[in-house]
Write a protein that binds this ligand. Structure first.
Ligand code: PGA
Length: 253
């Protein structure tokens, strides 16, 4: 059975007081509302240890928003897989489009990062997705195919089963414009069929593929009801407990 997941990517938001408050509210919510999906958060790295302390029973998965492609050494500002393992983080988001856009990350970097994460027992959330121009030019299936193959297809079957994929069309991130459930389903099914062709259907059926890009309380349920969509990676709407809770409930309905 594939895992159902709602993950919140906080990006570069919230000071320490506000971050602590939201983490606490989420814990209270989780205790009072048994969810039918796993709930993960990716706060700024500075707050990961705080989350670890608060979620002592692993009620909520804790993810870094990025991690280094290098093991250790003179890489100022970077966080390693080893460090994340040492604080018992659940995993790391890898290849978010904002990392690609502002920090020049490529699928080759993502491939290194995914491998390093898996070596340390961390769960990578590997992000891919096309730009608006690529979609308009009808290249979206090809773009996502290339991204998936370069970043993931050097993994063994056992390794790729541990990866969570997040399809995030760049034109839908933070824009308020969401892919229609049918558009998202088409790409999710495409990604799963690529994995099936390479690793077999059984492996493909085990991999959770999340959708990201302006998921909100009022569209979550319909998006999550698609057969190949196993949850969401949520940006803006993960910053308020009420919105995030309603999105989690998209699985209960
Ligand atoms: P958004 O961000 O929900 O604010 O569109 C999603 C993401 O970037 O993961």
């Amino acid at each position: 059975m594939r895992r159902k997941i709602v993950a919140g990517n906080w990006k570069m938001n919230k000071n320490v007081i506000d971050a602590q408050q939201l983490m606490f509210q989420l814990l209270q919510y989780k205790k009072n509302n048994p969810a039918s999906c796993e709930v993960w958060i990716a706060p700024p790295a500075l707050y990961l240890l705080m989350a670890k302390d608060l979620y002592e029973n692993n009620e909520i998965g804790i993810f870094a928003q990025d991690m280094s492609a290098h093991e250790s050494g003179a890489y100022t500002g970077e966080i390693s897989a080893d460090m994340l393992e040492s604080i018992e983080a659940t995993g790391a988001i890898i290849g978010h489009s904002e990392r690609r856009q502002y920090h020049g990350e490529t699928d080759a970097h993502c491939n290194q990062k995914v491998k390093l994460a898996l070596d340390k027992g961390l769960t990578p959330i590997y992000c891919n997705g096309e730009t608006l121009e690529q979609r308009k030019a009808g290249q979206h299936l090809e773009v996502v195919k290339n991204q998936t193959e370069v970043a993931l297809f050097t993994l063994s079957a056992e390794e790729i089963k541990k990866v969570v994929i997040a399809y995030e069309p760049i034109w839908a991130i933070g824009t308020g414009e969401t892919a229609t459930p049918a558009q998202a389903q088409e790409i999710h099914a495409h990604i799963r069929s690529l994995i099936a062709a390479k690793y077999g259907q059984e492996v493909a059926d085990e991999i959770s593929i999340l959708y990201g890009g302006s998921v909100k309380p009022d569209n979550a349920k319909e998006i999550f009801s698609q057969p190949d969509i196993d949850g969401g990676l949520i940006g803006g709407a993960a910053l308020k407990i009420d919105d995030f809770a309603k999105i989690i409930e998209g699985f209960n309905a």
